[in-house]
Design a protein around this ligand. Structure first.
Ligand SMILES: Nc1ncnc2c1ncn2[C@@H]1O[C@H](COP(=O)(O)OP(=O)(O)OP(=O)(O)O)[C@@H](O)[C@H]1O
Length: 363
């Protein structure tokens, strides 16, 4: 049987929002820039952009926010609108498949409104081209009719601010990227920042938590506030059912052990992949499809769901000859690596084992 027999999208550590997240996230979102934890550089730069626009009394430049899911792009867009005292309209690239969908949204914007376009890289090509003109000239050409009789009717738009969000700024076509006056790159959060996120959310959810309890949850949250908030809710359940509701380090660790999220934020699927790589293949190198068969998963699941975090944590490396475990992976699973010069080539080993560090922990 597969070690991971549920839908990978249902993982407790997935950075994408699930239904429960959506229901509670509104209550947990910081509302002002100075309530927004971490991302110092983006915050400072954005604060200047917004202050300058306020002083000039005009709409600020369009803003692009790039970074992995769950780091606060939607939250920041709402903060931008709040700081400008402007209304916000929220939509996403996949929801805009036709240029007409975009024209309908743009033509109903009010002056100074913020338009948040999540997953902007997933918009259709015709909509994207319409957006170029809208961003630059606050104007769109609405095409009426088809074929040789089609005519373009120009439509003036009120000045608005587009806030685009993307997980991959590199996927945006340069003409679109160039029309943003400011791009903020969101980074994974350091454990101390996530500890503050957990502490703040616990206060809003009326959960009594001590600093060590918040640190324990933070350490398992993969650098991502959405995951931190989700783990906090599961810890809250455990503390309430099994104890007196208060969260200490011990209670947080016990709760997250029940949910199989380990001290470093790996879940069952992550550990199954590492375990197979170490125990069955001596640390590699091993091909992706062989590794996937060994854990009873599809190659895509291993590659897209488990590996990115294992690579980011410095536990696994992708090499031309296959997947290789690092020294940190052996340590993390409490296993003894084979003697150097074994299955792994000497050069790959010295590269991966040289510094003895635990690799790039989020921060
Ligand atoms: N800096 C922060 N301080 C406190 N809470 C935060 C911060 N960033 C994000 N959060 C919380 O994390 C959750 C997810 O944030 P948000 O929805 O803004 O992420 P996102 O980057 O837009 O994700 P997606 O790309 O999946 O839409 C929200 O509940 C929000 O309250």
């Amino acid at each position: 049987m597969s070690p991971y027999d549920s839908d990978p999208a249902d993982r407790l550590v997935t950075p994408a929002a699930d239904g429960e997240d959506q229901a509670v996230e509104a209550a947990l979102r910081p509302r002002q820039l100075d309530e927004f934890i971490g991302q110092e550089r983006v915050r400072e730069q954005l604060s200047l952009v917004l202050q300058a626009a306020r002083q000039r009394g005009s709409a600020p430049d369009h803003v692009l926010l790039s970074g992995p899911p769950g780091l606060g792009k939607t939250t920041l867009s709402m903060i931008i609108a709040a700081e400008l005292g402007a209304p916000i309209r929220i939509t996403s690239g996949p929801a805009i498949q036709h240029a007409g969908d975009l024209a309908a949204i743009l033509s109903s914007l009010t002056e100074g409104e913020v338009l948040f376009l999540d997953e902007i890289h997933r918009m259709s090509r015709p909509a994207e081209e319409m957006l170029y003109m809208a961003m630059e000239d606050f104007r769109v050409d609405v095409i009426v009719g088809k074929g040789p009789g089609a005519t373009a009717i120009p439509l003036e738009l009120p000045p608005f601010t587009l806030v685009g969000a993307t997980t991959r700024a590199g996927l945006l076509p340069p003409p679109l990227r160039d029309r943003f006056g400011f791009t903020g790159h969101m980074e994974f959060y350091a454990p101390a920042e996530l500890q503050r996120v957990v502490h703040r959310s616990a206060g809003l959810l009326d959960v009594e938590i001590d600093p060590a309890g918040a640190a324990e949850i933070a350490g398992r949250s993969r650098g991502t506030p959405r995951i931190a908030n989700r783990l906090l809710r599961r810890v809250r359940d455990y503390a309430q059912v099994k104890h007196d509701g208060r969260v200490s380090r011990e209670i947080a660790a016990q709760a997250l052990d029940v949910y199989e999220v380990d001290a470093r934020g790996l879940d069952r699927l992550d550990r199954a992949v590492l375990d197979a790589l170490l125990r069955l293949f001596g640390g590699g190198p091993v091909g992706l499809s062989t590794l996937a068969v060994a854990v009873g998963e599809e190659s895509e699941t291993v590659e897209e769901v488990a590996e990115p975090f294992l690579v980011r944590e410095g536990l696994l490396a992708r090499t031309p000859r296959g997947r290789i475990a690092t020294a940190a992976a052996w340590r993390h699973l409490g296993l003894t690596p084979p003697a150097q010069g074994g299955r792994i080539g000497a050069s790959a080993q010295s590269e991966l084992w040289g510094d003895g560090s635990d690799g790039g922990k989020a921060g």
